[in-house]
Design a protein around this ligand. Structure first.
Ligand SMILES: [Zn+2]
Length: 408
C-alpha cells in the first residue's frame, strides 16, 4: 500500500488459480484426485482458494503489533525511544497472578531502551507499556488506528477484526493485546494502521481503483484520497519509523536489508488457532524510511521450510527480496549514499523471444537470476522460447535481481 494516498499497489494470495478457469483443480495434487472428489469437497477446495485472504480472513498479528503499542505509548508521553535502561526484562512479567513469559525467557533480555525492546521483540516491555496506557486509552488507539472497523476498501467480502469487548478486557487481556496475541485482524487492517505510522499519523482509506473513465464520453472520475482521521502525531510517527529502521538494520528484521535503501520493519510469529502447533509468521515493512512510499505485509501460514517458523527467518528475507525489486521499479531513490557504491546497477536485458539457453547465457553475463515460472520437469533449452519476462527489458535494477520468465 502507498501509505500517503491509500493506493493498493499489489495484493496476492497463494496458492492461486487460473482466473479464466476458476472451477478447475489448481494444484497437481488436486488434479490427481479431482475426479474422485464429491462436489461438496470440490466446492470447499475452490472456495478456499478464491478467498482474498488479505481482506477476507483475520489472523493473530503477533509481534508486528508491538509497533502499535509503541506508537500509543510514545504518543501518551509514557516512554521515549532511547532512555537507556528504562526497561528490564527478567524473562517474564506477572499480570494479575499470571506469569506471561518473554519469548526469550531462557536468556532474559535484561536492561533495554524502547528501541532495544522493539529490536529484541521483548514481550514484558510491551505488556508493561499496555498496563501504563490502560484499557480505556488502549481501545481509543485501536479505534484511532482503524482497527475496530473494516477499512472500507473497494473490494467485496471484507472481514472485521475480532477483539474482546472493551468492558470485558481485564489486565491479562490487555497484556496479550499489547504484544499482539489473542485477537484477530485482517492483514489489510494492519497495513492500514501501519500506513498511519508511515505517513506522519493519518488513517487513510485503502483503495484499488484509481480512476474511472467512461469509454464512451471520455469523462473521468479520479478517486480522491480519503483521510479518516489522525492516529498519532508526526513526531511519534517519526520516532516509531526510526525504531523500525533499527529492527531491520540490527534487530530481528536484519534479513530484510536491501543495500542502498533505508528500510524499516517488524517481524512476527503467532499460533494459527489455539494449540494447533501451526504458526503464522510475518514481516511488516516500510520503505524508504526518509519518506515512505510502500507499506508491505507478508504473512506465511504454517511455513515448514529451512528458515523455521520465526518471522526473521522466513518472512523477513522475502520482504527484503520484494523491496529490492519494487523500490527500483517505483523509482525510489537510494537514501543510503554510503552503500550505493557497493551495488552494481544494470539494465534488464531483453530475454523475450530468445531460447532458454541463450537467455541463461545473457542472464549469467549480466549478473541477474533467471527464473522460469512455468518450467516443466524436462526442458529442451535449445528449442524452447521465452515468451514473457518481468521486469521488462530496459529497466534499471540491482545486480543479482530475479527476472521471472515464462516459456511458450
Ligand atoms: Zn525479553
Amino acid at each position: 500500500m502507498n501509505p500517503k494516498n491509500g493506493e493498493i499497489l499489489g495484493m496476492a494470495t497463494y496458492p492461486s488459480y487460473n482466473l479464466n478457469e476458476p472451477f478447475e483443480a489448481y494444484t497437481d495434487e488436486l488434479k490427481q484426485n479431482w475426479e474422485n472428489m464429491s462436489s461438496a469437497e470440490r466446492t470447499e477446495k475452490l472456495q478456499a482458494v478464491w478467498r482474498n485472504r488479505a481482506i477476507t480472513d483475520t489472523y493473530e498479528p503477533g509481534s508486528t503489533f508491538k509497533t502499535i503499542t509503541a506508537s500509543a505509548a510514545l504518543e501518551e508521553g509514557i516512554t521515549d525511544t532511547d532512555n537507556e535502561g528504562e526497561f528490564s526484562c527478567t524473562g517474564g512479567i506477572e499480570v494479575a497472578g499470571v506469569r506471561i513469559k518473554c519469548w526469550r525467557y531462557y536468556r532474559p533480555h535484561g536492561s533495554e531502551s524502547l528501541r532495544q525492546a522493539l529490536m529484541n521483540s521483548c514481550n514484558p516491555v510491551f505488556i508493561g507499556l499496555g498496563q501504563k496506557i490502560g484499557v480505556t486509552k488502549y481501545f481509543e488507539y485501536l479505534k484511532k488506528f482503524g482497527l475496530l472497523e473494516t477499512t472500507g476498501v473497494d473490494l467485496p467480502g471484507e472481514a472485521n477484526s475480532i477483539f474482546i469487548k472493551q468492558e470485558k478486557a481485564g489486565p491479562v487481556e490487555l497484556a496479550t493485546i499489547s504484544f499482539g496475541q489473542r485477537f484477530e485482524i485482517t492483514p489489510l487492517q494492519l497495513v492500514t494502521a501501519v500506513s498511519a505510522i508511515a505517513n506522519g499519523g493519518n488513517l487513510v482509506k485503502p483503495h484499488v481503483v484509481k480512476e474511472i473513465i467512461d469509454s464512451q464520453t471520455g469523462e473521468s472520475k479520479k478517486i480522491e484520497t480519503e483521510i479518516k482521521g489522525t492516529a498519532i502525531s508526526k513526531e511519534t510517527s517519526e520516532k516509531v519509523l526510526s525504531m523500525m529502521e533499527s529492527v531491520v538494520s540490527e534487530g530481528t528484521g536484519k534479513n530484510a536489508k536491501v543495500a542502498g535503501y533505508r528500510i524499516g520493519g517488524k517481524t512476527g510469529t503467532s499460533e494459527d488457532g489455539v494449540n494447533t502447533n501451526k504458526y503464522v509468521t510475518s514481516f511488516l515493512g516500510v520503505a524508504p524510511i526518509e519518506d515512505p512510499e510502500v507499506v508491505m505485509l507478508i504473512t506465511l501460514y504454517n511455513p515448514t521450510g529451512e528458515g523455521g517458523h520465526q518471522g526473521g527467518g522466513v518472512a523477513a528475507p522475502l520482504g527484503g527480496q520484494i523491496f529490492s525489486e519494487i523500490l527500483p521499479y517505483l523509482e525510489v531513490s537510494q537514501g543510503n549514499q554510503d552503500e550505493i557504491e557497493t551495488i552494481n546497477q544494470i539494465q534488464v536485458p531483453e530475454l523475450t523471444g530468445k531460447t532458454v539457453k541463450e537467455a541463461k547465457n545473457i542472464a549469467k553475463e549480466s549478473g541477474i537470476n533467471l527464473i522460469i515460472e512455468n518450467e516443466p520437469e524436462e526442458l529442451d533449452e535449445e528449442s524452447t522460447i521465452i515468451s514473457e519476462q518481468t521486469p521488462k527489458a530496459g529497466i534499471t535494477i540491482n545486480e543479482g535481481t530475479n527476472i521471472y520468465c515464462k516459456i511458450e
